[in-house]
Design a protein around this ligand. Sequence first.
Ligand code: AMP
Ligand code: GLY
Length: 423
Amino acid sequence: MNILIIGSGGREHAFAWKLNQSSIIGNLFVAPGNAGTASIAKNLAIDILDFQAVKKAVLQHQINLVLVGPEIPLVAGIHDFFLADDEIKHIAVIGPQQYAAQLEGSKEFAKEFMVRHQIPTAAYQSFTVEQLQNGYDFLETLKPPYVLKADGLAAGKGVVILNDLQEAKDELKSMLHDQKFGDASRKVVIEEFLKGIEMSSFVLTDGKNYVTLPNAKDYKRIGEADTGLNTGGMGAISPVSFANDDFLTKVEERVIKRTIEGLKKDNIPFVGFIFFGLINVDGNPMVIEYNVRMGDPETEVVIPRIKSDFLELLIAASQQKLDQVNIEIDNRAATTVMLVSGGYPETYQNGKIISGIENVKDSIVFHAGTKNQDHKILTNGGRVLAVTSYGNDFNEALKTSYKNISKIQFEGMYYRKDIGFDL
Ligand code: AMP
Ligand code: GLY
């Protein structure tokens, strides 16, 4: 089996690392990949939104299965593009078609889906610019804090939470009227604020059956104690210690099963990952968001805890045979700590020389934003490396990650020293 992974972050390096261990892997390609994926697979320098270029690469390298990492090509219809083309429609694509990708690509679509299938989520209403006054009226009926969400993809920045009613109204106007998030805020979902601790669950589904992957919690804020700006994620742990059997049973019964049943009832095909962003409200899971892909950096702790052959799972998903496979999970905890460029998530510089990776022992270094140049590894993004370790519990795993991080250097390197602090 020849495989093409689409994407270039830590998630894609973790996928490549795992697929590389499969007993049935043939040639492994990553487009466009990074310096980490280049060490275990062949990187292809193609624009992942240029689907004709993807097709050309797939035919040239006799790819049998395409694993799509990020949401943008899914929301843009990469899977539909394959299905519509006689030359490549037989090639398995892991990642939903455009219609189903709206579970992530449109907050309103996701909310309507959840309400239709009795999946617990915050009460909400959505508004367009013509309904601005109705939006103000709705805000007045709510208690602070106020949660405003741009309907479309906004690179993780589209959710604004405000304590002051007037500020919330001004924000609503800026989203709808001044198109603060461009097209993504042509519609805005306003929802009830939920208080609780967050975590994420993941499944791989073929649209009818699913396997449950290890759960995880990520740390999104740049600063320690969850302060400062939002980032793509500064670290993650798996499993989540507060998610006991009782809570996880509720997640399965009320969220996962109803979602898969809902897809079936609505006749929505879905081959790929569903990432359930959850919040624990007094012991009950509520869905904050769906993603139609794996998380990053969650993948860097979820994938290392899967013992089964990952490629066999992907093939089973593509053949609607996930009911015939078992997934084996490593009992150990896994943690990852993200090393980021100084200045991230605001402006930062690329091209800093990274040294010391070769001295790391007992951790896995997944590359997030790196590139090779003149036999050196250079930083090439805000999030640069994810240092993953195992342990009997997450504290032990974290110790190993932090010990190894002290061996890695690049100018401006920053990381959070308190991953897992709230557990
Ligand atoms: P989302 O992009 O929908 O995941 O939202 C980003 C972040 O906003 C989440 O990770 C939560 O921390 C927060 N958030 C979103 N919706 C709510 C809500 N209804 N109540 C409280 N916090 C929320
Ligand atoms: N770490 C959050 C995400 O991948 O969306």
